[in-house]
Design a protein around this ligand. Sequence first.
Ligand code: FAQ
Length: 316
Amino acid sequence: MAVHDFEKAFQEKIDADVRIEPKDWMPEKYRQTLIRQISQHAHSEIVGMLPEGAWISRAPSLKRKQILIAKVQDEAGHGLYLYSAAETLGISRDEMIEQLHSGKAKYSSIFNYPTLSWADMGVIGWLVDGAAIMNQVPLCRTSYGPYSRAMIRVCKEESFHQRQGFESLLVLSNGTEEQRAMLQDSINRWWWPSLMMFGPHDSESTNSEASMKWKIKRFSNDELRQRFVDMCAEQVKLLNMTLPDPDLKWNEARRSYDFGKIDWTEFWEVVAGNGPCNKERLEARRNAWDEGAWVREAAVAHAQKRAARKQASVAA
Ligand code: FAQ
């Protein structure tokens, strides 16, 4: 078959909602797009452990500490399933990590903001996990089989994260004046960066056209962002708090909320490495990699010994 015929058969499969599996023929650009998106997603989960990890030792009760530890562990797990899914496309874990450490691969802008108060733990659950779910539920039906299957479990865990976050905010919202002020301050700081998680406006989204054609993405950045605004504008009322946007207003004709302008200069600065915590985050990941060298060496030596023992017993 000529390449053109392979491409036609591939697109027909996608159009018929048949999943693409690792051994199937796929256009090189499809493979590269998936490696980019899945590895960046994996890096986001791993870097995303850092802002919350900083509060494990400062959680206000044993119950909250246990929940936070479990959540951070889940995020490590998500990173690992996603690295495994990306490996099925022919890139090694080491290569992906190298791309993160050298700055070649991105991770979500949101994790370059600092966690300044305990309320940030609940607000991350509500807004950051909430945005992640809005973006990731459609990925359970993404066209690449290993990615879509990984996302099913990730989404189940993320929705638990979101609910625990909101529950902890309900407690704060019924607390003292000081706790309520801490909560409002946290919402004010995380709202706009959460909207940026969905990526640039559709008109600036360089990857969307191909990703939509290949059903890697099923909804555009702006569509998902709008759904998120509509959801949060209602949920914030349950907290008796406000979203920091004077232009947020229900639009009866569109049956959606209008909202203010996102500061795209800030977004691109953060993506370019100049956000409040970019350097700190990458440094933490690089240090963890260096400090873990002996564990990786020991694991490889152990695997080699086991393989040698197995071979020797087969030969005997
Ligand atoms: N940050 O053409 P598009 C989580 C880049 S996981 C940084 O629209 P695309 C769990 C983009 O890479 C959060 N860079 O790109 C958790 C591209 O540059 P490139 C992560 C961004 O891929 C919760 C350029 O801008 N989720 O939160 C961002 O079609 C709590 C042009 O953009 C995922 O990764 C950004 N926000 O759409 C963990 C989900 N947005 O790569 C801990 C999977 C865009 O060409 C605690 N990914 N860029 O050099 C996706 O759905 C997509 O990749 C989008 C971006 C929607 C993020």
